[in-house]
Design a protein around this ligand. Structure first.
Ligand code: HEM
Length: 384
């Protein structure tokens, strides 16, 4: 009997011990990772991102195999690639607070180059040199403009002249800084190439710009809202070529997405390029069809997760309005003041629209276009 009484507390302690061991084991082992490709020790999935295809292309292909919530390892860094509107909504809206952090990378746009090559200094030197070259070009143009001071906007003979005129005489609410001009010179290739590739959209947009601003003889902000077709062109360009293919965020605390466990500090990349070209969402997804947005309620303000070139939620781009006005204004100027022709042998059909390597999307091959200055007919004033 004594023996039985003694063994009862021992039994209870033993069961308690087993229970605690089970709880601890469960805590550390009951972990459901998001599905993802196989990994190499140390390298993780970096070897699958290297190669001839661009990293954002490779990641899109992998998400087609492993699904919209895919786990990868960038070396020693755990990362998550999100590639459906529903999963993007989970990260950027439903669990916005959990994913509001940004990963600590030197420059977001160059994250992949950094990870793959670890080459920070070369990028910085290259960036400084490019900046100096552009600054020199701007200085030279300003000096030659000062010599022939009395030219008006319609006499500008190249893109830089148009931008410098706009900077000086455009009466813009938001000043066009030298940095904006440098960025425009570097970036305009993609947008303009796109318009030119689809010659039909180019003509329609140009016709509209010249119709709206023809009487004024110059493009200004006041009537930008009337450029309905140009706005569709900008929308379609941002769908196919968002400047950032992937939006980086970071997980703050342990959480779950679709039942998969996500650890704190996991880097999260919302693959907006893949979502913008998903054939399950978009009809003729790879085609440039600005008309798809006519009578469509889909907008880029952060509530339609199939189209989020400016992001969404708490960290949505604060420069959206400024970015759009500058984009529309520059594009309208280019279409108003120039007719654009492709060099001999290049047609809209065979124009190379491949993308180049980099965190930010850019052209793979330089765009060569022939600008033909358009001289609007002088307007004869009719006095009553
Ligand atoms: C067409 C032009 C632009 C596009 C497509 C664009 C896109 C983006 C995207 C996708 C993000 C990340 C949003 C997110 O995490 O949800 C972002 C963030 C940001 N953008 Fe833009 N952007 C543009 C222009 C601008 C301009 C002109 C400015 C400044 C004047 C600007 C300033 C910023 C800043 C400061 C952030 C970081 C916001 C934060 O982390 O809370 N952007 N942008």
């Amino acid at each position: 009997m004594d023996q039985q009484i003694l063994s009862f507390p021992v039994l209870v302690s033993f069961l308690l011990f087993i229970f605690l061991v089970f709880r601890i084991w469960k805590k550390y082992n009951d972990y459901t990772p998001p599905p993802g490709p196989w990994q190499l020790p140390l390298f993780g999935n970096l070897h699958q991102l290297a190669g001839s295809a661009l990293p954002h292309n490779r990641l899109r292909d992998l998400t087609r195999i492993y699904g919209p919530v895919m786990g990868i390892q960038l070396g020693q860094v755990p990362a998550l690639v999100i590639s459906s509107p529903e999963a993007a909504k989970e990260v950027m809206k439903i669990q916005d607070v959990q994913f509001a952090n940004r990963p600590l990378v030197l420059a977001t746009k160059w994250w992949l180059i950094m990870y793959i090559t670890g080459d920070k200094s070369r990028f910085e030197i290259w960036h400084r040199e490019l900046d100096q070259i552009l600054e020199e070009i701007i200085k030279e143009h300003r000096a030659s403009k000062a010599v022939s001071k009395n030219r008006d906007l319609s006499e500008a003979d190249n893109l830089l002249d148009v931008l410098l005129n706009l900077q000086e005489n455009g009466n813009l609410e938001v000043p066009l800084t030298n940095d904006c001009i440098k960025g425009t010179i570097l970036n305009y290739g993609m947008g303009n190439g796109r318009v030119d590739e689809e010659s039909n959209s180019n003509e329609k947009a140009q016709e509209e710009v010249r119709h709206v601003f023809g009487k004024k003889g110059k493009v200004d902000e006041a009537d930008l809202h009337e450029l309905k077709y140009l706005k569709l062109v900008v929308k379609e360009t941002l769908r196919l070529h968002p400047p950032d293919a992937m939006i980086p965020r970071q997980c703050r605390e342990k959480t779950q997405i679709y039942g998969y466990d996500i650890n704190p500090k996991t880097k999260v990349f919302v693959h907006i390029w893949a979502i913008g070209r998903d054939p399950n969402i978009w009809i003729e997804a790879d085609k440039f069809l600005p008309e798809r947005f006519i009578d469509s309620s889909i907008d880029f303000k952060g509530s339609n997760f199939e189209f989020i070139p400016f992001g969404a939620g708490k960290r949505i781009c604060p420069g959206m309005t400024l970015g759009l006005v500058n984009l529309e204004l520059v594009l309208a100027q280019l279409l108003y003041h120039f007719d654009w022709k492709l060099p001999d042998g290049i047609t809209p059909e065979n124009l190379d629209m491949s993308e180049g390597f980099g965190g930010a999307i850019k052209r793979g091959v330089d765009l060569k276009l022939i600008p033909i200055p358009f001289r609007p007919q002088p307007i004869t004033r009719i006095c009553n």
